[in-house]
Design a protein around this ligand. Structure first.
Ligand code: NDP
Length: 341
């Protein structure tokens, strides 16, 4: 395996995957939607090994757009997909680019003839959009509840991953497909853009949340997610989906970490993480933008449990402590001006 195609090269996770691949001696071809934007982002050009990185244009919604980019590549990391919680037209803004884009990329990999493995960045969102009360989530779980109205980003990721597995079944290409399902990805960024997942931490420091809610997240450092993709590429016996998440922290625990990192920030303090308050916040959630509202109603008060044993056993993954990743993410957002201190 020498040349890897990465879609959405300027993305938060993709730029870390590029750094990891370059550091391990790979040639990398990244796709971006428009070249000028990429050229402005000097960060990637400064990466060690950047002389082995090329950037080409491709759009998820244009059929055949990735064909040329995939030529001569041995593997593909398909990472490009819109990540947004509040959108006006979920079909057009989320589902179409996620699903059609995935199929375009897989077709390009077939046409290239040289691709041996595709690693698809799916999401925990394709596993569940409402943590169940009765079991630990694993790779066998599928999100069967999201729709265009309910958690549409989750729906786009579920539909895209399903489309990829259906493609593998029907086309039976010469390459195999490995899927990585990360939970909430945080950490320092190579680019100036504020990613949706880091933004959640930034919002907590700005008084956006009314109080400490009964929420919990499975945190995973962006550098660990990049590593998981490279390990998936390099492990011959890798197969199927890999739930990719480290520690679970409640909102209370997350706020405690943030307080240590930013003692003067406007952090949520009002305790709203007990059952009466949860019912009240669920009612108030109907006044929120629909993306935030449906997220709150499906997640508030739910006990989150999952088993990330498969990725640890089969790919040898280890995860950074969540507190370390949160602290580094916050320091990076302060340095880039996303959080004012
Ligand atoms: P980013 O928003 O940073 O990256 C998304 C990338 O997708 C960008 O490079 C963007 O390009 C590209 N993209 C979006 N629409 C199109 C399009 N129509 N054509 C071409 N490219 C497009 O998000 P992340 O790095 O966080 O996400 C990367 C992947 O990881 C996504 O598939 C996301 O669903 C998944 N994921 C993310 C998690 C997280 O917590 N961050 C958790 C689980 C999964 P451009 O720069 O031009 O906008």
């Amino acid at each position: 395996m020498t040349r890897v195609l990465i879609t959405g090269a300027m993305g938060f996770i993709a730029s870390h995957a590029i750094a990891d691949l370059l550091a391990h001696g790979y040639d990398v071809r990244g796709t971006v939607r428009s070249r000028p934007k990429a050229l402005l982002e000097a960060a990637l050009a400064r990466l060690p090994g950047a002389e082995r990185l090329e950037l080409v244009e491709a759009d998820l919604l244009r059929e055949g757009s990735f064909d040329k980019a995939a030529q001569g590549c041995d593997a593909v990391f398909h990472m490009a997909s819109p990540y947004a919680v509040n959108v006006k037209d979920p079909q057009r803004e989320l589902v179409d680019p996620a699903v059609k884009g995935t199929l375009n990329v897989l077709q390009a990999a077939v046409k290239a003839g040289s691709v041996k493995r595709v690693v698809l960045t799916s999401s925990f969102a394709a596993i569940t959009d409402e943590p169940p009360a009765d079991h630990y989530l694993t790779e066998s779980d599928w999100n069967g509840k999201s729709s265009l109205k309910r958690n549409p980003y989750y729906f786009s990721k579920t539909e895209a991953e399903k489309a990829a597995w259906r493609f593998m079944d029907s086309v039976k290409p010469a390459f195999d497909l490995i899927v990585i399902n990360p939970f909430l990805v945080i950490g320092p960024s190579y680019t100036r853009a504020l990613n949706e997942s880091n933004k959640m931490l930034a919002d907590m420091t700005k008084g956006v949340y009314p109080g400490v809610l009964a929420l919990a997240w499975g945190f995973v450092d962006v550098r660990d997610v990049a590593r998981a993709h490279v390990l998936a590429l390099e492990t011959p016996g890798a197969t199927g989906r890999y739930l990719c998440a480290g520690e679970i922290l409640s909102m209370r625990q997350t706020v405690n970490v943030l307080r240590k990192a930013l003692p003067n920030a406007k952090l949520p303090w009002l305790p709203l993480n007990y059952s009466f308050a949860t019912t009240l916040v669920k009612l108030i959630s109907f006044t929120q933008p629909s993306g935030v509202g449906s997220y709150l109603r499906s997640h508030l008060g739910r006990r989150l449990r999952y088993d990330s044993g498969k990725i640890r056993r089969e790919l040898g993954m280890t995860f950074r402590p969540a507190a370390e990743s949160i602290t580094e993410a916050v320091a990076d957002m302060v340095a880039k001006g996303h959080i004012k201190v």
